[in-house]
Ligand binder design. Structure first.
Ligand code: FMN
Length: 433
């Protein structure tokens, strides 16, 4: 394990936590789950750097990847004295990593089929997260064989007993939520939703596919309106979060108008471009996001395999590179076996500048919400009053000068010095006033 270790009890707080202002949100409430665009839980793809970039570019809240309850129970919590990264380390690797800067916006997702284990897992991490979410939608056999994930959809007694136990065991400042899929019939879905709402959850996410639907099948978002109306009729003020097929900020507004959902959650599109939460997402990711991702991953000591996997998922919608250069760029990434393999291309770099930019962007947010309330959507479109560092009508801002020095030109394995040294400029991230 390469991560620098520090026992919390004996060590000074990391530099960044001392610098950090108090988070704008003391804790989440059911209202925090309204008018937002959220990063979905994604195993492998929802790594710490991805979540930080999503927050930088406007995600209101971020879900961590599902972690099976038992996996975290015996993990050792260690803090990196330089970066402040918190790792929950298992025997051979970090099971879960986070940073205090994301805590006000971080929901930790649990895979469980046992109320006691779920509670133990939640207690293990609760000092570092703002909410816990129960995965009731994963259709993969490794989840369903042991009664977890989508298997809970047909075992509502167990599902609700886990949520009830979590709600009873967690302090009020930790929210409890659930992420489900649609059941084959609408009547059964409504029955299940009602039972879940009655457990005291703060919000419910509905992935608008049934358990048997494949990811490439179109989400059945037209079924959500009735569910939202039903939940509103229960009068508890609980948010319904749409999930399925949302491609970004503009699409989230369309989906919300269509479904009435209080918020929208994005997975696949965010995996391809963590800046998709912005009204002006970065399009030329080879010269913006990917180099920044690399630098941040190195600075945070993110496991190389994780950084490489996530970088490979990131795709340009409009690359400034020629086909040949783009191909060369991608093969340089895929040949790399560690951060140091790319040092010869970018020269010496630390990623600290990237991290500080993210901290600044997150701390300058005025709250967790991003989507304007429906009735104000039109006005908000006219003039966003969040910190805007690039003109809102410029989809792909020029990267600011990076502090990363260029590598010596003789060391270049490809003609891309201007590309790799690019950075992901802050995109406009509107927040309601
Ligand atoms: C790479 C990947 C990993 C995922 N991991 C999880 C997970 O850990 N927990 C979960 O509830 N859903 C997980 N999902 C499902 C997504 O959260 C989401 O429900 C689904 O992809 C539909 O959203 P989309 O249409 O925006 O992709 C994952 C999806 C992807 C693509």
């Amino acid at each position: 394990m390469s991560r620098r270790l520090l026992s919390e009890s004996t060590s000074p707080p990391p530099e960044h936590s001392r610098m950090a202002k108090r988070p704008k949100l003391d804790h989440l409430t059911p209202e925090s789950f309204k008018n937002g665009i959220f990063l979905a839980p994604m195993v492998r793809s929802g790594a710490l750097p991805t979540r930080l970039f999503a927050l930088k570019h406007g995600a209101s809240l971020v879900w961590g990847p599902e972690m099976v309850d038992k996996a975290i129970l015996h993990a050792e919590r260690v803090v990196d004295p330089v970066t402040g990264v918190i790792s929950y380390n298992g025997k051979s690797r970090a099971m879960f990593t986070t940073h205090p800067v994301e805590k006000p916006y971080l929901i930790y997702q649990i895979g469980s089929a046992d109320p006691d284990l779920a509670v133990q897992a939640a207690k293990t991490v609760m000092q570092d997260v703002s909410g816990v979410d129960l995965n009731c939608g994963c259709p993969k056999p490794f989840s369903t064989h042991s009664g977890m994930g989508a298997a809970l959809l047909t075992n509502p007694d167990l599902l609700c007993s886990i949520l009830t136990a979590l709600r009873a065991a967690m302090p009020p400042e930790i929210t409890v939520t659930a992420k489900i899929r649609l059941l084959p019939t609408q009547a059964d879905t409504l029955k299940l939703v009602e039972r879940i709402i009655n457990t005291g959850v703060s919000a419910i996410t509905v992935h608008c596919r049934t358990r048997n639907m494949r990811p490439r099948e179109k989400a059945l978002i037209e079924r959500l309106k009735e569910i939202v109306d039903f939940v509103e009729g229960l009068g508890k003020g609980i948010a319904v979060i749409e999930n399925g097929d949302c491609t970004g900020f503009d699409d989230a507004k369309r989906i919300r108008d269509l479904t009435g959902a209080h918020s929208v959650m994005i997975a696949t599109a965010a995996e391809s471009n963590p800046s998709c939460f912005s009204p002006a997402p970065l399009m030329d990711v080879e010269s913006t996001l990917i180099p920044s991702y690399l630098r941040l991953g190195k600075y945070l000591d993110n496991h190389w395999a994780s950084t490489k996997f996530c970088m490979v998922q990131i795709k340009s919608t409009r690359s400034s590179l020629s086909k040949t250069d783009a191909h060369e760029f991608r093969s340089t990434l895929s040949r790399a076996k560690g951060y140091d393999d790319l040092t010869s291309v970018v020269g010496e770099w630390t990623g600290e500048a990237e991290f500080q930019e993210i901290v600044k962007a997150i701390e300058s947010r005025r709250g967790g919400a991003v989507l304007p309330p429906p009735q104000e959507a039109e006005q908000e479109d006219e003039g966003m009053d969040a910190p805007v560092c690039t003109p809102p009508n410029r989809a792909n801002p020029e990267p600011p000068t990076s502090r990363a020095p260029l590598g010596p030109s003789t060391a270049l394995r490809m003609p891309l010095p201007a590309i790799i040294t690019g950075s992901d400029a802050l995109t406009p991230t509107p927040t309601p006033g």
